[in-house]
Write a protein that binds this ligand. Structure first.
Ligand SMILES: Cc1cc2nc3c(=O)[nH]c(=O)nc-3n(C[C@H](O)[C@H](O)[C@H](O)COP(=O)(O)OP(=O)(O)OC[C@H]3O[C@@H](n4cnc5c(N)ncnc54)[C@H](O)[C@@H]3O)c2cc1C
Length: 413
């Protein structure tokens, strides 16, 4: 038992579920579980929801419809103009057909968390766990809340506490396979195509990945780059951002910009080995759920919880929350998500990340062909990149060599 002194508090100390982290995954999880009648507490270490934000703000139509937060939308996007290293353009999308939304993350996160509270969950701001111990019949938590220490218990602790998850580290639940690092600035003065993103590729800009320019409403754009530390080879992502802005091919587009803000943050992708332990579960970025192809983590966090909701709710009512039972509840859904993530990463590596600029240029020449663009537009879905990747390998003769390199392991397992 901890030797810390605890202050007398009016705060409720017995909960069914304590969720660490009131980001989109925490808020959505709270909404679901509170709606099903559980006593849910969300702990958020910051004094407000949705700040600081480290996100380009792209939310798929499916995820946005799920929460109905259309008032957080800043822009609608019909497509992406994707630029190869030497400038080959592959425009993916169709004018007038919405592909994705750009949201204000502060409004979006606040909306998601508010839905949790409307469903009956409680939110403590300026609150973080400092100690956790799982006993036979509960989780004992020491919380620092508004500079006071509070002890409480819950049946289930859910870590929705993001890329550097305290819950994951405390319970030694492994690490996400990849930790990408993203840098982004919000700017005024970029002249893009209305309702379209620009994406820039090549080792000088974003080794193995890409840079983006996303319209974010009121004449602003979000310019960002992302990559992995091993591919950056000592460069920082901030340097990559500077290199994008001063790139001989593109610098005119970036010459008259005024920066409004700068952000940098991690993107964990690759589900951790252990998503559950006795009375403990990880969801969202804490579990390494961001997509390896786009870095999007909001949709996967939503999908992860919605796929296990009914059995999880029953397990909470039955207080049957040992690791074995939690594994049983989660294994099918989480395994399918992990398999999809692994396939998407393999395809990404094959087509983009593990290629030289020359190879990437050749790929772009193929991407830009009319029949291939048709295929991309027909099958392409940010939410589900795997079917498109497989179709490219199977149907485009120029990519067949890659299909052989990928082998049957990827294509048919
Ligand atoms: C540059 C960049 C661009 C991105 N662009 C996109 C995009 O366009 N679309 C997209 O879908 N995703 C994007 N992402 C990823 C996206 O931001 C995350 O996947 C998403 O926010 C994950 O939600 P989450 O609720 O799991 O975690 P988070 O949003 O990280 O929320 C975790 C919450 O937990 C709180 N917290 C952390 N530790 C504690 C603690 N110990 N105690 C209490 N509270 C704690 C944090 O303050 C935070 O509020 C981007 C990421 C980066 C870095």
């Amino acid at each position: 038992m901890s030797k810390r002194r605890f202050y007398h508090t009016m705060k409720q100390t017995e909960w069914d579920v304590v969720i660490v982290g009131a980001g989109p995954t925490g808020g959505r999880t709270a909404t679901h579980l509170a709606s099903l009648g559980h006593r849910v507490l969300m702990l958020e270490e910051h004094t407000e929801i949705g700040r600081p934000f480290q996100c380009a703000g792209l939310v798929t139509p499916k995820a946005l419809q799920e929460v109905g937060l259309f008032d957080s939308v800043l822009e609608e996007v019909d497509g992406a103009r994707i630029h190869g290293p030497s400038g080959t353009l592959a425009p993916v999308g169709t004018d007038g057909i919405l592909r994705t939304y750009v949201v204000c993350r502060k409004k979006f996160d606040q909306g998601v968390v508010q839905q949790g509270m409307e469903a009956g969950a409680t939110l403590w701001l300026d609150s973080r766990p400092i100690h956790a111990e799982v006993t036979g019949d509960c989780v004992r938590l020491d919380i620092e809340s508004e500079q006071q220490e509070v002890s409480l218990t819950c049946k289930l602790l859910i870590g929705c506490d993001g890329a550097h998850s305290w819950t994951r580290r405390t319970f030694k639940m492994g690490k996400p396979k990849e930790m990408m690092i993203g840098f982004q600035a919000e700017v005024l003065g970029y002249e893009g195509k209305e309702r379209w993103l620009d994406m820039y590729s090549g080792s000088e800009i974003a080794p193995g990945f890409f840079g983006w320019v996303i319209p974010s409403g009121f004449g602003t754009h979000r310019i960002g780059v992302w990559s992995t530390p091993d591919r950056l080879n000592g460069r920082s992502v901030e340097q990559c951002y500077d290199d994008l802005r001063s790139h001989p091919k593109w610098k005119d587009r970036f010459s008259n910009l005024t920066e409004v803000a700068r952000f940098c943050g991690p993107i964990p992708s690759g589900m951790v080995k252990k998503t559950v332990k006795d009375r403990v579960m990880l969801l969202g970025d804490a579990a390494g759920m961001a997509k390896p192809t786009t870095g999007g983590g909001i949709g996967p966090g939503f999908r992860q919880i919605s796929g296990i909701l009914q059995p999880l709710s029953k397990a909470i009512f039955d207080d049957n929350l040992g690791e074995k039972h939690l594994s049983k509840i989660t294994s099918k859904h989480f395994k399918a998500m992990k398999k999809d993530q692994d396939k998407a990463r393999t395809l990404r590596n094959l087509l983009v990340s593990d290629t030289s600029d020359n190879e990437l240029d050749n790929h772009f020449t193929n991407f830009a062909r009319e029949d291939v663009l048709e295929l991309i537009n027909e099958i392409g879905d940010i939410e589900k990149p795997v079917p498109l990747g497989l179709a490219l390998l199977k149907k485009v003769p120029a990519f067949r060599k890659l299909a052989l390199r990928a082998g049957s392991k990827l294509l048919f397992r």
